[in-house]
Design a protein around this ligand. Structure first.
Ligand SMILES: Cc1cc2nc3c(=O)[nH]c(=O)nc-3n(C[C@H](O)[C@H](O)[C@H](O)COP(=O)(O)O)c2cc1C
Length: 451
């Protein structure tokens, strides 16, 4: 029986048991060093770091990179790596959503600070990339309610920059649900209460990255197969995940904007300074021995949560409609969500192109789609590169859709996201030239040979 995950600590135990957690006991600085270590580990697909000695914050521990690889996504979802798509597809189906259950007491009520004693500078908030505008909360999940329909809750991500002892800059794209909720209040000249939950069951982290027509707590419930426990905020009338390590409560005042940013963006460049709403803190709450959690901005986990996990099931469904023999679809995190790899058991020479067109038709972001055979490991960039080099005749196996619409921030496109999309049929064309079997060396358990 896999150990049940219901909070960050139970997830850390699962990671530890699978060799996916590394304790960093050497002292690190919050200013860049911590992020540099975590980013290096993510790039190598190595274990997730728990930093246990933070310069200037002797009491604090920080965890990073929870869902930064396919293996850890699978551990978070309680399935095998090749089942991640199917588990997410089930959880994202609104009919499968499981509503949360309110409990009387939350773990984060152990220690509560309100009023004048609130000081954001006492929190272990990292300054991540070199040219970020300051210290940012990047791994916090924003919890809010629709002011016109209190039953409609919402989870999402917003970057929060520390601007003062009690003030955070809060980046909100206007089409976000929390942005819509805030607009409704701002029109009335009123503030929107919110909470930031930090240090969570990864089901909640994954759910918060999804664009969903209902409360994302239901997605997390569907992942766990039971209701997520929530507790009422102490200074805000909001249900907040009860097993969070930290909770920051507060409100977004109407008609206030301040500069925040830049921050490393999902596309791998820096974003810009935005004139954004602010978040005034009314309470800082934490569990005994609370663990802070961060997401390295512009790096693998950011893409896994924002692009890979919420989007792969939808792309798979679209491809399956036109090419029923599709085996799997992957959005490699190192390509920022702009590339898709489709694994297909080809039954017709034209089918790979149709599969790529289905991907392009299903979502704006994919600008490159590579279709490979089932013998290619789509989670291994080296294997995909092998197919690109050895199975593609560039004069006949690619197609370009010029002047298509892509993501507005796609660095390869113009400012409105207009640019070419590229489909690549990287499947083996046996009719062109016959080769025998592909060379392969079965992987071994190296611990048996290296000591
Ligand atoms: C790590 C991370 C950081 C994000 N930061 C922001 C942000 O600063 N501002 C924003 O508007 N959206 C941000 N997003 C995107 C959304 O919050 C998010 O993907 C979510 O699905 C919003 O969905 P909703 O509109 O259904 O609440 C971020 C996403 C991730 C994964």
């Amino acid at each position: 029986m896999p150990e049940p995950i219901y909070d960050l600590r139970s997830f850390l135990s699962v990671l530890e048991a699978h060799g996916e957690l590394v304790h960093i006991t050497r002292q690190v600085s919050l200013k860049h060093e911590l992020a540099n270590v975590a980013a290096t580990l993510e790039r190598r697909q190595a274990a997730a770091p728990l930093f246990e000695c933070i310069e200037g914050f002797p009491e604090q521990r920080i965890f990073s990179s929870a869902v930064a690889t396919q293996k850890r996504s699978a551990l978070a979802l309680g399935c095998a790596p090749e089942q991640v798509n199917a588990v997410m597809a089930h959880a994202l189906e609104p009919a499968n959503g499981i509503p949360p259950r309110r409990v009387a007491r939350a773990a984060w009520q152990d220690h509560v600070i309100t009023g004048e004693a609130i000081d954001l500078y006492s929190l272990p908030i990292p300054h991540h990339a070199l040219h970020d505008g300051g210290a940012f909360i990047t791994g916090g999940v924003t919890v809010s309610n629709d002011p016109e329909d209190r039953a409609r809750g919402n989870l999402g991500y917003n970057r929060f920059q520390v601007l003062g002892r009690r003030t955070l800059g809060m980046n909100i794209n206007e089409w976000r649900d929390v942005g819509r909720f805030f607009s409704k209040k701002e029109r009335l000249g009123e503030a929107l209460p919110c909470a930031i939950a930090i240090g969570l069951d990864p089901a909640l982290m994954i759910a918060a990255g999804v664009k969903y027509p209902d409360d994302e707590l239901k997605i997390a419930g569907a992942i766990r197969g039971q209701p997520i426990e929530v507790a009422r905020g102490l200074t805000v009338d909001i249900d907040i995940p009860a097993h969070a390590e930290w909770v920051i409560e507060g409100y977004i005042p109407a008609n206030v904007r301040r500069g925040e940013g830049p921050l490393a963006e999902f596309h791998g460049y820096y974003g810009e300074v935005w004139q954004s709403p602010i978040f005034e803190v009314t309470a800082i709450c934490r569990r005994e021995g609370a663990i802070w959690q961060t997401i390295i901005p512009g790096w693998s986990e950011h893409i896994y949560i924002g692009n890979v996990l919420p989007r792969e099931p939808m792309l798979f469904k679209a491809v399956k409609h036109i090419a029923p023999t599709v085996k799997a679809v992957h959005i490699p995190p190192h390509a920022n969500g702009f590339m898709v790899v489709v694994q297909l058991e080809k039954t017709n020479p034209g089918q790979p192109r149709n599969a790529a067109m289905a991907v392009f038709g299903a979502h704006l972001n994919p600008r490159v789609c590579v279709v490979v055979d089932p013998d290619i490991n789509i989670y291994d960039p080296a294997d995909v590169t092998w197919a690109l080099v050895n199975r593609v005749d560039w004069s006949q196996d690619i197609f370009i859709v010029p002047q298509a619409q892509n993501h507005q921030m796609d660095p390869a496109c113009d400012a409105r996201g207009v640019g070419a999309k590229l489909g690549v049929d990287a499947t083996y064309k046996r009719e062109r030239r016959e080769y025998g079997e592909r060379v392969s060396y079965p992987p071994v358990d190296l611990s048996r040979y290296l000591s």
